[in-house]
Design a protein around this ligand. Structure first.
Ligand SMILES: [Zn+2]
Length: 311
């Protein structure tokens, strides 16, 4: 992620990072002077309720890093910004991308921010940038991850907080059950099944040539962060949806996300950055924990679906 401005706004990765898209939107809001809790931004981005599997990437550790822009428009309705997207097929539309870069340059001068999706993570530009540099950056070509960029302009919120929370929980229920709305991603049980089959201790990861234990630990850290964000957001939703809070469903689902996070904690990279030990017993326990977390997730998906029916 990068910023460029005379007075740059750093993108500070929150301790419970679920994905780089949410981190960039969180940074955009901070740039506009609004301190929004990270768990709210992450939940509105759709990243909190299920880990996501990117079907074109082999390493599980990278699946959760990126996120898609499909919820950006909804995030704008909820958080107060308007979104203008670059051409759908930017890799084959250099003229369209150049036109978009020109518009983005002018928007930056008027206080907008630009988000751009490159592999493996999103970036944000919050200050003026020479047009040639911006056009070059947004024109980056990658066959697997074509360039997408978005201009975000500050507006008033279109949705009340209650409406936004209800819609985010409906989307979260679909994601927990496995639907992401994007063909190159799957979620829910498909994620846990794929992660279990990727936990092959005998070789290095095929994607990043690291030891597979390193990648398992990175994955556990990201999945655990997502689960803790979901739990925090569900508890926060209690005060915004008093009718739902009375049923106890939000608290009950939050406890399940907490339980999954507790089970993964011994295998997640700690705050100090230290790797948990990699002996055979620990690896066996990790495999069993992932299997059990997958079972709890299945029950959570059902509870989220029941919750969505009453919203
Ligand atoms: Zn890997």
């Amino acid at each position: 992620m990068s910023t460029r401005s005379n007075d740059p706004t750093p993108v500070q990765a929150p301790p419970l990072l679920t994905g780089s898209l949410a981190a960039c939107v969180h940074a955009a809001l901070a740039h506009w002077g609004e301190q929004t809790p990270y768990d709210c931004v992450a939940a509105l981005s759709g990243a909190s309720f299920s880990p996501v599997l990117r079907t074109s990437v082999q390493c599980p550790a990278w699946w959760a890093v990126s996120g898609t822009g499909q919820r950006l428009e909804f995030m704008g309705f909820a958080l107060g910004f308007r979104v203008e997207a670059s051409p759908q097929d930017g890799a084959h539309d250099p003229e369209g991308m150049a036109e978009f870069a020109l518009m983005a340059s002018s928007a930056l001068r008027e206080g907008a921010v630009v988000l751009y999706a490159v592999w493996p993570s999103w970036g944000i530009i919050t200050g003026e940038m020479p047009h040639g540099d911006l056009a070059f950056l947004l024109g980056t070509r990658d066959a697997h991850f074509p360039p997408r960029a978005y201009v975000l302009r500050r507006t008033t919120r279109m949705l009340s907080r209650g409406e936004a929370v209800r819609e985010s929980l409906r989307f979260g229920a679909a994601a927990a059950a496995g639907s992401t709305g994007a063909s190159s991603f799957s979620a829910g049980n498909a994620f846990y099944d794929a992660w279990l089959s990727a936990l092959n201790w005998g070789r290095s990861c095929p994607k990043c040539s690291q030891s597979s234990w390193y990648c398992a630990v990175a994955t556990a850290g990201r999945v655990r962060s997502m689960q803790l964000c979901a739990a925090a957001y569900l508890r926060r939703a209690n005060s915004l949806l008093p009718d739902v809070a009375r049923t106890g469903q939000l608290d009950q689902i939050a406890r399940s996300y907490d339980a999954m996070a507790r089970m993964l904690a011994p295998y997640a990279r700690g705050a100090s950055g230290a790797l948990p030990k990699a002996d055979a017993r620990t690896r066996g326990c990790c495999l069993a924990a992932v299997r059990d977390v997958g079972k709890i997730h299945q029950a959570v998906a059902q509870s989220m679906s029941d919750l969505a029916v009453g919203l």
